[in-house]
Design a protein around this ligand. Structure first.
Ligand SMILES: [Fe+2]
Length: 207
């Protein structure tokens, strides 16, 4: 995700390719929304991050190192926000797929049953976290001490810095749904959970 020049003092973080075409999630998420979200918002975070770290001691760090290194530091808020938003968005694209939803792979399903009773219980917790996050943020399925949990984070915050392993996420910033759903976040969240959520990606992240 990052590269260094011969001197090793500058780094350029790169906007990762989308794992599918911009119209692949239509009509749940339109090509219009995806184009702006990926091509303007996600790209904007990458560009801002590169400007902020150019020539600094942080320029050689990987994206994940940057997020961890700057978390909770008052003088590094802008760098944290942009680095975490780059990481969160790349993770979000992978958390979705065309014809998603349905039954999780067996290993994940077993963990879901032990934590939430059944898949619908997990789905309901994710929906509740995504719809009750006040303002901008994210809903996450995470693994913490070998147990699944649903958490929500505000703005750019990420479970990466909170001792949990992210398995999948739903972006609930307005830019993720406003063109398609206006203020109806609940409709966006339910459609994503029923039709796009990529349980296979979450299962792969169990490690
Ligand atoms: Fe977003």
């Amino acid at each position: 995700m990052s590269s260094t020049d011969a001197i090793g003092k500058t780094a350029s973080h790169v906007l990762p390719l989308l794992p599918y075409a911009e119209n692949a999630l239509d009509p749940v998420i339109s090509a219009n929304t995806l184009g702006v979200h990926y091509g303007k918002h996600h790209k904007g975070y990458v560009d801002n991050l590169n400007k902020l770290i150019a020539g600094t001691e942080l320029a050689g760090l990987s994206l994940e190192q940057l997020v961890r290194e700057t978390a909770g530091k008052a003088d590094k808020v802008a760098i944290f926000n942009n680095a975490a938003q780059v990481w969160n968005h790349t993770f979000y694209w992978q958390s979705l797929r065309a014809k998603g939803g349905g039954e999780p792979p067996a290993a994940l399903k077993q963990k879901i049953q032990s934590a939430f009773g059944n898949v619908d219980g997990c789905r309901k917790e994710l929906a509740a976290a995504a719809t009750t996050q006040f303002g901008s943020g994210w809903a996450w399925l995470v693994l913490e001490s070998d147990k699944l949990k649903v958490v929500k984070t505000g703005n750019a915050e990420t479970p990466l810095t909170q001792g949990a392993r992210p398995l999948l996420t739903i972006d609930v910033w307005e830019h993720a749904y406003y063109l398609d759903y206006q203020n109806r976040r609940v409709d966006y969240v339910n459609a994503v959970l029923d039709k796009l959520i990529n349980w296979g990606f979450a299962a792969d992240n169990l490690g």
